[in-house]
Design a protein around this ligand. Structure first.
Ligand code: FES
Length: 115
């Protein structure tokens, strides 16, 4: 059963994070509500996804905001270790099967990550 509750996505131009605040490589929750979004950075590459692991619905970010990005390539869920390609959102290992993360289109403008 899929849960197609209404997902509120940020309007184009919404500032989600200051690029310099995001560890490189790493990630942080976006400054946006009510939808949880995680912003990932690996060098010049910035991507964003819903901050909800498709395995068991937990957030990718720890309570501190720290988000695990391994080798600059893989977002790793801290709960059971599912790994996702930071560029495509595709699951590449762990218990989330063939799930693909829901992407949030972002770009970098004047040092800000915007929707
Ligand atoms: S909730 Fe993410 S791997 Fe289980």
């Amino acid at each position: 059963m899929s849960d197609e509750t209404e997902t509120v996505m940020p309007e184009p131009g919404t500032v989600l994070k200051t690029l310099a605040d995001i560890p490189d490589p790493g990630g942080l929750p976006a400054d946006f509500e009510p939808t949880p979004i995680v912003v990932l950075r690996s060098g010049e590459t910035v991507t964003a996804y819903l901050n909800v692991c498709p395995h068991a619905g937990r957030p990718f970010s720890l309570p501190s905001g720290k988000t695990l990005v391994s080798e600059g390539k893989f977002l790793v869920c801290p709960f059971h270790g599912a790994s996702f390609d930071v560029q495509s959102g595709a699951c590449v290992g762990g218990p989330a099967g063939s799930a693909v993360l829901k992407a949030v289109p972002v770009k970098v403008e004047n040092g800000q990550v915007v929707a």
